[in-house]
Design a protein around this ligand. Structure first.
Ligand SMILES: Nc1ncnc2c1ncn2[C@@H]1O[C@H](COP(=O)(O)OP(=O)(O)OP(=O)(O)O)[C@@H](O)[C@H]1O
Ligand SMILES: [Mg+2]
Length: 253
């Protein structure tokens, strides 16, 4: 049996109407480790990431081929439970998107809709998620104030806490720090290290130095293909593909 949090992509392709965006990708994201996905703008990173919890289903005209196996089961099988899938695979976007409600209600949102807890246990889980992203001390006196009042960096940690509160096994992060100042970005990078061994984390980043700092594994995409994948150290010191080398050296992208 596969260990929990395993994502295996098998001959996976995705087209928007007739335009291919992901082409025949094959790889296994190592479970409970951090993997970075890099590549120039428009190469399909976000599309691949969104495919992992079927967020592309919401876009008209999307066609997929191949499989994405989560703990051995194809998430594209007709009987797959998407609701449950999205609880087990959380996602955080580039731009912080707190819901227009209180800090408490943002974090409680997933716990409530998935009926994971209520009452004192709900409050305990909300505090624990805020504490896991090192935000509790900054907001403990204003849990009932609107989340829209937080700074951008705080909002992004809130969004990570909201995803964590549903107790996912996988966390997908699409350029989570690119809209943030360096200190807020650093806080999030430090936080990601705490997830190693607990969650499978896949982070899309344009920041090569960030991938080197946070990710044990890295992949490089180009025109919809995953042209390189492996331990980050190997990818940086000995890339298999010349295009990876050019990108890492800042020659395009
Ligand atoms: N909703 C959509 N409808 C049609 N085409 C799309 C849609 N989203 C993305 N695409 C196209 O698919 C390709 C891959 O886009 P994607 O957003 O996955 O790239 P990306 O690598 O994340 O780029 P960036 O680094 O700029 O975020 C691009 O050519 C893009 O124009
Ligand atoms: Mg993108």
């Amino acid at each position: 049996m596969n260990p929990s949090g395993t994502i295996e992509v098998e001959n996976f392709s995705l087209c928007y109407s007739d335009k291919p965006a992901v082409k025949d990708v094959n790889l296994r994201f190592p479970e409970r480790k951090i993997t970075a996905v890099m590549g120039p703008s428009g190469c399909g990173k976000s599309t691949l990431l969104r495919s992992i919890n079927r967020m592309n289903d919401l876009i008209a005209g999307v066609k997929t081929r191949g499989k994405i196996l989560f703990d051995g089961e194809n998430i594209y099988d007709s009987g797959a439970d998407i609701y449950r899938l999205r609880r087990r695979i959380g996602m955080v976007f580039q731009k912080p998107n707190p819901f227009p409600m209180t800090i408490f209600d943002n974090i409680a949102y997933g716990i409530r809709i998935h009926k994971l807890a209520k009452g004192a246990e709900l409050s305990r889980r909300v505090e624990s998620a805020l504490s896991a992203v090192n935000l509790l001390d900054e907001v403990s006196d204003r849990l009932n104030r609107s989340a829209m009042e937080l700074s951008g960096g705080q909002q992004q940690r809130l969004c990570i806490a909201r995803a964590l509160a549903a107790e996912p096994e996988v966390l997908l992060l699409d350029e989570p720090t690119s809209a943030l100042d360096p200190i807020s970005a650093d806080k999030i990078e430090c936080l990601l290290q705490e997830f190693v061994g607990k969650l499978t984390v896949i982070i899309v980043t344009h920041n090569v130095a960030q991938a080197a700092r946070v990710a044990e594994y890295s992949g490089f995409m180009m025109l919809g293909e995953m042209v390189d994948f492996g331990p980050t150290k190997e990818l940086f010191t000995n890339p298999k593909n010349r295009l990876t080398e050019c990108y890492l050296n800042g020659k395009f992208g």
